[in-house]
Each structure stands twice: as structure tokens, then as C-alpha cells.
Design a protein around this ligand. Structure first.
Ligand SMILES: Cc1cc2nc3c(=O)[nH]c(=O)nc-3n(C[C@H](O)[C@H](O)[C@H](O)COP(=O)(O)OP(=O)(O)OC[C@H]3O[C@@H](n4cnc5c(N)ncnc54)[C@H](O)[C@@H]3O)c2cc1C
Length: 200
């Protein structure tokens, strides 16, 4: 099956999912195929030609599961994108295919004012989370310098530390990241809960 056939079949499978937007406008495909790699004279010529063929924006975990399953079924690569501020081309769809935006999943699900433990969706902007915490006399103690636009999911998957790190250490140090929900790229993709992540 050619990629064009696979994309057509994928679109048909995804058409019935109400909380999933699909876009293929050329300007949007270009925007969603780049991140901050253009600081690098080495990466720029290597990555400039890579292009998404379809962009999706799920608004529920169920839609993410269905999207991952459909991409796995049709052999279409899936690249996840938060705010796209990564420096190394991590958001670039090297093999084309689908780019999934996490901006439709932004909720702060739970906040415990006693422990300060917070559960958020992956597209939650760090600045929004910080604003919310400040209403409870708390604040994030570890932020990337792109915190105004960066997402929590992007920081966890693509970041390491930043403002606050001299005092509080790095993202993977004990007490920072306590759990994750993970959706695998399989034809029967279901969200898995990983709690009590051990520090490396
Ligand atoms: C000027 C500048 C300053 C920076 N300063 C810092 C800094 O101080 N500290 C630091 O650590 N980084 C820094 N960065 C890098 C980057 O901004 C941060 O790591 C930021 O947190 C990434 O968030 P994002 O939402 O933009 O992620 P994106 O760039 O969108 O994604 C980063 C990676 O995570 C993956 N990803 C995103 N969301 C998910 C998800 N939900 N599930 C699975 N994978 C996902 C993407 O596929 C990609 O591989 C800087 C970058 C720039 C340009």
C-alpha cells in the first residue's frame, strides 16, 4: 500500500471521531513540521524538507487512543507536538505522516492544595499551570525558559530543567514527575497508567 492510500484509509477511519480535528492546509502542515531547530546551522538544512501530511488535534484521551490505533493499523508515522519549542527537531515528522497537536488537551485535572501534587493534561501550558498554582500561594519550582508557551507534556518528553534547577534539580529528580498516562502505538491502543515513577 502506498502512503497516499494509507492516508486515505486513515482519514476514512478517523472521520467518525467527533472530538478530533483533522487539517491538511499547506501552511498549517508547514508550521507543524518545524520547531526551534532553526537555531542550528547543522540541523536546518537537514530538517527543512520534512513535512507532515496531515495534522490532528484530539480533544479527549479516547480520541488519542483511536488516533494511535488507526496510525498503527495503516503504518502512518505519528509525531506528537506540544508548543514546538524544542531545539533539536524533536517535533519534526522525519518520515512525514501525522502530526498530533496536544493543544486540545489542556485541562488541569486535579490539584491537591495540601501536598501540591497536580495532575494535568499534556497540552497544559506551563504558564497556565503556574498561574493556577499562584492562586493557591504555590508556584512551579522548575521551568524551561520557554515556560510562557511550552506545554507540560513537551517539557516532560523533551526538556530537562531550567529556571529553578540550581536550587531544585532536574525534571527527572525525585518528586517532580510522579506518574504518566501512556498511549502506545498499537492497533488496540489503550491508555496505561504509570504511577510512582522511580527516579533514575
Ligand atoms: C530559547 C529556548 C530556550 C529553552 N530553554 C530551555 C530550558 O531552560 N530548559 C529545557 O529543558 N528546555 C529548554 N528549551 C527547549 C524547550 O523549549 C523545552 O524543553 C520545552 O519544555 C518543550 O516544550 P514544548 O511544549 O514546546 O515541546 P515540543 O517542542 O512540542 O515537544 C518536545 C518533544 O516532546 C514530545 N512531546 C510533546 N508532547 C508530548 C506528549 N504529550 N507525549 C509524548 N511526547 C510528547 C515531542 O514529540 C518532542 O519530541 C528551550 C528552547 C528554546 C528555543
Amino acid at each position: 500500500m502506498t502512503r497516499a492510500d494509507a492516508l486515505l484509509a486513515l482519514r476514512q477511519d478517523l472521520a467518525h471521531i467527533s472530538d478530533l480535528d483533522l487539517q491538511d492546509e499547506p501552511g498549517q502542515l508547514l508550521r507543524c513540521s518545524r520547531d526551534a531547530y532553526d537555531y542550528s546551522p547543522v540541523l536546518t538544512p537537514k530538517l527543512a524538507g520534512a513535512r507532515a501530511q496531515l495534522v490532528s488535534r484530539p480533544q479527549s484521551v479516547a480520541a488519542v487512543e483511536q488516533l494511535a490505533a488507526a496510525c498503527a493499523k495503516h503504518g502512518v508515522p505519528l509525531t506528537v507536538r506540544g508548543a514546538g519549542t524544542g531545539n533539536y527537531g524533536q517535533c519534526v515528522p522525519l518520515e512525514g505522516g501525522m502530526v498530533m497537536l496536544t493543544t486540545g488537551l489542556q485541562r488541569i485535572r486535579k490539584f491537591d492544595p495540601v501536598t501540591g501534587v497536580v495532575t494535568v493534561e499534556p497540552g497544559c501550558q506551563m504558564s497556565h499551570l503556574d498561574q493556577e498554582l499562584r492562586r493557591h500561594q504555590r508556584e512551579l519550582r522548575l521551568l524551561p525558559s520557554t515556560w510562557r508557551s511550552a506545554t507540560v507534556g513537551g517539557f516532560v518528553a523533551g526538556g530537562s530543567g531550567g529556571i529553578g534547577s540550581i536550587r531544585w534539580g532536574f525534571l527527572r529528580d525525585p518528586g517532580h514527575l510522579l506518574g504518566l498516562e501512556v498511549v502506545p502505538m498499537t492497533t488496540d491502543a489503550h491508555c496505561h497508567q504509570l504511577d510512582e515513577i522511580e527516579a533514575e
